[in-house]
Design a protein around this ligand. Structure first.
Ligand SMILES: N[C@@H](CCC(=O)N[C@@H](CS)C(=O)NCC(=O)O)C(=O)O
Length: 208
């Protein structure tokens, strides 16, 4: 089996490296550096997939783009009794929902916050609505964390891996103390040996 992660520094693909380390899978990384001014990925990434976005996973020659699909595939194929609740269980449904919610919904207000922020004063009328959507989504996630500190059951799942990125970003944007459970969730991830190895391999990551 051959796995290659097309990885962009400072990006969502950091969590794919983390998952691969947790699963103990052998993989290679092709590193791409963001443009220092525009922060766009370099054009070479479009040679791997037409969108030119990271992450892209090459697995046995097949090309898979979109982090939710990548995480779901890796968990289903290699998770065995880890990272995936038993098929047919209530937790399996919860994992499926939250795994896809991460990119499908939670990221939207955070990205709007970042992009509208670039407009300066011109973006001011939009900020109250963006702030209320950030509160809506991250108050929800704060309440959804289980007493175990995970989003599903008592152990790590694909949903935790996918939600790690919006949680890191929200904690940075919201500031210390706003979502204490999410903050603790992020701190526990960052303390994991597998995450540390992934960080070392992936290069610069501002949300570390
Ligand atoms: N929903 C997609 C988003 C992919 C995406 O936008 N990736 C960003 C990295 S965080 C990217 O490649 N940005 C560089 C660019 O747009 O040039 C996924 O989760 O895979």
């Amino acid at each position: 089996m051959t796995i290659i992660v097309h990885h962009l520094n400072d990006s969502r693909s950091q969590r794919i490296l983390w998952l691969l380390e947790e699963l103990g899978l052998p993989y290679a990384i092709t590193l791409y550096a963001r443009d220092a001014v525009t922060r766009f990925a370099p054009p070479e990434l479009k040679q791997v997939h037409p969108l030119g976005k990271a992450p892209v996973l090459e697995i046995d020659g097949a090309v898979l783009q979109e982090s939710g699909a990548i995480v779901q595939h890796l968990c289903e194929r290699f998770g065995e009794d880890r990272f995936l609740p038993p098929a047919g269980s209530a937790d399996a449904l919860r994992n499926l929902q939250l795994l896809h919610y991460a990119e499908g919904s939670a990221m939207t207000p955070l990205l709007l916050h970042i992009y509208v922020g670039l407009l300066g004063a011109a973006g001011a009328p939009l900020h109250p609505r963006i702030a209320s959507e950030i509160a809506n989504h991250f108050d929800y996630l704060e309440a959804e964390l289980r007493p175990s500190g995970h989003f599903v059951g008592d152990d790590w799942t694909g949903a935790d891996v996918m939600l790690s990125f919006p949680a890191e970003l929200a904690v940075q944007i919201g500031g210390a103390g706003r979502w204490p459970k999410l903050e603790a969730f992020v701190a526990r991830i960052h303390a994991r040996p597998a995450w540390q190895v992934a960080l070392e391999k992936g290069g610069p990551y501002r949300l570390a």
